[in-house]
Structures are given as C-alpha cells and as structure tokens.
Design a protein around this ligand. Structure first.
Ligand code: ATP
Length: 357
C-alpha cells in the first residue's frame, strides 16, 4: 500500500499562495506515486485576521499539530495590525505553540549562484541553527515601556538549550555521514559580556562532551559576522540564540544571493515547519513575479526530514533530487526571476525546475 503523509499547508499572505502552488506541483512530481502527500490547506495570516479577527484559528493549529509535516509560505501584511500596532505574525506563534526550538537555516552557495563574495571555485555549505522559542524574543509583544525606559528580557533555559544542542550535534553527525560536513559544531554567543551566554556556552560544552568524535568550538557573535563574510567555507554547523540567529540568518541569505534562495525549517520534537526565509513581499504580490526557489528548496528540506523520520529512503533521495534540480536551474542561469536579475515569472521558474527533474 502507498504510504500517505498528512501535510498541513499554510498559504498565508502576499506572494504566499503564488509560491506554494508550484512547490506542491514539484513535490508531487518527485513523489511520482511512490508515496502520497495529502495536503490540507489551513487558514491563518494577516488576511485571515482582517476577515475574521483571528490570525491563527485553534482548528488550524490543531490540524497542523496532527500532521506529519507543515509547509508555510509567508504570513503578515504591513497594513494589517493588531490594535496595539504590532504586526500579525502567526508564523512565530506556530513556533511557540508547537515548541519548534531549532530554526534550521542552511547556507549553501553552489555554482552560478549570485553571491556577492568572490569564491574562486569554493562552495559554501554550512547550517546555522537558530534557537526559535526563547532568547531575546522571550518578551516579544510584552516588553515594558515607560516614559523613561524600555525593557525586554533575554531568557535561556537549560531544557531548551540541551534540546537545541542535542539536535545540533545530531545534525552535524548526519551531515558528516552524508559526506556534507567535516563534523564541526560552533557555538555562537557573547559569553564574554553576558552571564546568560556563559550559561548557554556551559550547557553547549556539557552536550559537546558526549560527542567527542565531533569537533566543537565557540565564537563570539560579532566575530562570526565577520568570518561569515571572510571565510564562510570554514564552517559546518553553528548554533546560536534567537536574536543573534535572526540577524546571522539574513547575513547568510545575503551570501546566498538574496532571500529568494534561502530556505528554512523550524523543528521540534514532534512537528516541523518548512518555509522560505523571506516574508510575504506585498510589494510584488499578485504580479506572478515572485521567486519560488526558496519555497521549493524548503519543500526539499521537508522531504529530507520526513523521509529520515519515517525511514523512507526514497523520500530522502527525492528531497536531494529536488534540491539539485533547483541548483541546476540556478547554475544554468537562463531562467532567473527578477530578484536574481532575470525576467522569468514564478511559473516559468517552477517549470524550469520540473524540466530539470
Ligand atoms: P518579514 O519581516 O515578514 O520577513 P520583510 O519585511 O523582511 O518580511 P519581505 O517580504 O521578505 O520583507 O520582502 C523584502 C524584499 O524582498 C521585498 O522587496 C520583496 O519584494 C523581496 N522579496 C521577498 N521575497 C521574494 C521572492 N520570493 N521573490 C522576489 N522578491 C522577494
């Protein structure tokens, strides 16, 4: 019997639906009947809030929780806000509700990719893990502001940090086994200035002690920002706090030639969301010009994660095939979307990926 996987789909706002549709076509194409991806479209987002007053219905989050994996394109619209003026960000609420503590941000630059760096034949392939449920985002939306001062709280817990570091070391093992990494894990912090980061680093060292076969080291976040530009090829897996990770992952997207090529995953013990690093790009929504590559690459990450988790080797191979097809289109360079300096529309770019498959 063909295995069926329940996939929760949040099309979201802005360009969200435009990049989700071709991604599902690509996923179905690689699955090719070997297994069935049963998509369930779930309402959420700023548009949904505008219509109903609810940005993330309970039924959507419960359906997502019960699914095998979650695909999310982009949510939020600058003009739609809560009464207190803050933006609608159900994508962040989902991370908290499903305890998706590990934000996985692969930074890869392969042939033909429009990186601003001079790589001289070298490729970049490292993964940044951003803790996604605490850190400086702990008081998001409820920071204290008075006439004279404002205060937010950075929170690091032992439990989440241990889960995060275990996940990180397991990923480094997995990458090394797949011939993708040298087995090096770097903890990125500011332990020289903040006690909370010294605590973070201490827990990292405790978990690292159980992985003597891997190399582990530390870097201060400011130095890492420099090294990601100076010698990004030297890193394998790095792990950091939420706010540092937020900033460094955009730097990573810059190395990759822009947000349109940056996929991501937010992973917990029981659930995982796969979504591009970019937002809903309302400035280009509805024009058919959005770059679908980051969303398709996120779909490939989903196949890899779900295949490994469910012991489906064909699915893991399909994830690699889909990823390679996008990279082949980029390397060829004749079908590029506007953000990459070309003129291809969303559908033409997605068709090129299907042809490459
Ligand atoms: P958020 O805060 O929700 O992450 P943002 O404010 O950083 O979003 P984006 O929505 O990511 O902004 O858009 C930033 C710029 O990048 C915009 O000019 C947008 O048009 C462009 N952009 C983002 N994603 C894409 C894409 N997939 N294809 C083409 N251009 C994109």
């Amino acid at each position: 019997m063909t295995a069926t996987y329940k996939i929760a789909v949040f099309e979201g706002d802005g360009i969200g639906p435009e990049i989700m549709a071709p991604t599902l076509r690509c996923l179905d194409h690689v699955a090719g009947g070997k297994y069935h991806l049963d998509y369930r479209s779930l309402p959420a987002g700023a548009g949904h809030y505008e219509q109903t007053g609810d940005a993330l219905p309970d039924s959507s989050i419960e359906n997502a929780r019960a699914s095998d994996a979650i695909l999310l394109s982009a949510m939020g619209l600058p003009r739609v806000r809560y009464p207190d003026g803050t933006e609608i960000t159900p994508q962040i609420d989902i991370r908290l509700k499903l305890d998706l503590f590990a934000g996985v941000r692969p930074v890869r630059v392969t042939e033909g990719q429009p990186t601003p760096l001079k790589l001289e034949g070298r490729e970049i392939d490292f993964v940044l893990i951003r803790e996604s449920t605490e850190g400086l985002f702990h008081t998001q939306g409820c920071g204290e502001v008075t006439q004279d001062y404002a205060r937010e709280t950075l929170r690091i817990t032992r439990k989440t940090s241990e889960d995060l570091f275990r996940f990180t070391f397991a990923l480094a093992e997995q990458r090394r086994a797949a011939g993708r990494g040298i087995g090096r894990v770097t903890c990125v912090d500011k332990a020289n200035v903040f006690r909370a980061f010294a605590f973070f680093r201490e827990i990292f060292d405790e978990v690292a002690a159980g992985h003597a076969d891997l190399t582990s080291d530390h870097a201060y976040v400011d130095a890492m920002a420099l090294w990601m530009v100076e010698k990004p090829w030297a890193f394998d897996v790095m792990v950091t706090e939420n706010m540092f990770g937020d900033i460094l992952s955009d730097l990573g997207a810059g190395l990759m030639g822009g947000l349109g090529l940056a996929p991501s995953a937010d992973i917990g013990h029981d659930n995982a969301v796969f979504q591009p690093c970019h937002g809903s790009a309302p400035d280009i929504a509805g024009q058919g010009v959005a770059n679908p590559f980051a969303m398709i690459l996120s779909g490939a990450m989903m196949l890899d994660w779900l295949g490994l988790r469910s012991g489906n080797a064909e699915m893991v191979a399909d994830g690699a095939r889909l990823d390679a097809a996008v990279r082949k289109v980029i390397a060829k360079g004749d079908v590029m979307t506007r953000d990459l300096g070309g003129s291809a529309g969303t559908d033409t770019a997605a068709e090129a990926v299907l042809s490459a498959l």
